[in-house]
Design a protein. Structure first.
Length: 454
């Protein structure tokens, strides 16, 4: 797979592809969450429909799927891939805050999820991300070590490009899976089961901290944010505008849509055994975090010690630090926390028997992993990364998940249901507390805390 991708894409070609996307798919739409007032001419512009037709045209789809999303072309060059994928996400995927406003009618919404999903198989989309941006890029960076003109020597540029790629792909995946789970067509039920099954299966094949793990975990978290189960703080979004949109008083119609989305997502994830098989292994970090099967020579497979000497940056990433890894720089602790929140929510939906059994067994696994030092810094983030706002975001997201807040609702039935769901989540969270507490007071975490403070 790696040899089929060119090692470097010239800057002129990547810039030309961005210009081509703009010419075929149209310019950027004004962000609806920046519109001041409902009578803005942007919302009543009759040419908005023309732009929608333009983005669904044959020329736009050919430029999009025939060239711009050809991961075999730029799969080894993250610096070239970042602006291309970002330009796609900006045109076909809007922020959730702009979509869920009750005041904006259906004409003003820009929903291209159904269009993207009909043109692309979701399992294929995830597999290409895993193969190209997790395996090919990691191996390509090793070959660029002796290239003085390689872009991979600029670690900050590569790290920024990887984050842009991961966020853009997450927005595209979220747009597609949301369209499937909210569709009322007859085939949406089976398609939703397959799509959610693809998400869960992908988590079993990629380590936390990889691009593919970032795409899947943040997509599921965004769905839970839309259902008002999680706070946007869990995604690192503490913007006041977005927070105000998500915490507004819900209407009856939006409440029904959110409950339907939550039930469909939860049922499909339970059928895929996320809460009793996949999540416990992810949270306890009980599975190998990197495989050296692809690092073979003509003489035979390398031993672990030889690979440690040959690929030191990958070993640092496996150990959880990620400070010396220029190829996979995404923070694995962020994915771990999102998986934790998702696990607690799903156990509360699984019932008192299945959910409690999964929570108790996972709690024992977390305690054993914390004793072994595998969860150092997982709950509050890697202190070495210098994220000062991480603690606030984690505690804010946890309070949204486990604490009942006053929302000004007057329907006693709705209040009772939400109080019952939060009580169930708290009950599922309690068996996890010993392992999390031990991870917080571990020697490695204390050392990082003191070194950061000094």
């Amino acid at each position: 797979h790696h040899s089929s991708c060119p090692p470097t894409i010239p800057l002129a070609i990547s810039t030309a592809m961005v210009i081509l996307i703009d010419a075929c798919c149209g310019p950027l739409s004004p962000r609806l969450d920046t519109v001041k007032g409902l009578q803005s001419p942007i919302l009543h512009d009759p040419y908005r429909g023309v732009l929608r037709v333009r983005r669904a045209s044959d020329a736009a789809l050919t430029a999009l799927f025939g060239l711009a999303m050809d991961f075999d072309l730029f799969g080894n060059d993250t610096v070239a891939a970042a602006p291309i994928l970002q330009s796609i996400a900006e045109r076909y995927c809007q922020e959730p805050a702009a979509i869920i406003r009750d005041q904006i009618n259906s004409f003003a919404r820009e929903d291209y999820g159904h269009l993207l999903r009909k043109q692309m198989n979701l399992q294929y989309f995830l597999d290409t991300i895993r193969v190209r941006f997790d395996h090919s890029v990691a191996k390509a960076s090793e070959e660029h070590v002796h290239d003085n003109h390689s872009r991979y020597h600029d670690s900050e540029r590569v790290k920024s490009s990887m984050y842009l790629i991961a966020n853009a792909l997450s927005e595209i995946l979220y747009c597609m899976i949301l369209a499937t789970l909210t569709s009322s067509s007859g085939t949406s039920v089976t398609r939703g089961e397959r799509d959610v099954g693809a998400l869960v299966a992908t988590l079993t094949e990629c380590p936390l901290g990889s691009v593919c793990a970032h795409v899947v975990t943040t997509t599921v978290a965004k769905l839970l944010v839309k259902c008002r189960v999680l706070s946007p703080l869990c995604l690192g979004s503490s913007d006041a505008v977005n927070e105000g949109v998500y915490t507004r008083r819900p209407t009856r119609s939006s409440d029904i849509e959110e409950v339907s989305l939550e039930s469909r997502l939860g049922r499909n994830m339970i059928l895929c055994h996320y809460h009793d098989i996949v999540a416990p292994l992810l949270l306890s970090r009980s599975v190998p975090h990197y495989s050296f099967q692809q690092n073979e020579t003509k003489e035979g497979a390398n031993t672990v010690e030889e690979n440690k000497a040959k690929y030191p940056c990958q070993i640092d990433f496996v150990n959880g630090t990620g400070t010396n890894n220029p190829t996979l720089p995404i923070d694995w602790t962020h994915h771990w926390r999102l998986s934790l929140f998702t696990f607690v929510w799903l156990c509360s939906l699984a019932g008192s028997d299945g959910g409690r059994l999964a929570s108790d067994s996972t709690g024992r696994l977390l305690l054993a992993s914390a004793k072994a030092g595998s969860l150092d810094g997982a709950f509050l983030g890697n202190i070495a990364n210098g994220r000062s706002s991480c603690k606030t975001d984690v505690l804010g997201a946890l309070s949204k998940l486990l604490v009942r807040t006053s929302s000004g609702e007057k329907d006693s039935g709705s209040i009772a249901k939400k109080a019952e769901s939060i009580s169930s989540r708290l009950s599922m969270f309690m068996p996890l507390v010993p392992g999390i507490s031990l991870a917080l007071i571990s020697p490695l975490f204390q050392t990082n805390e003191f070194s950061a403070a000094s």
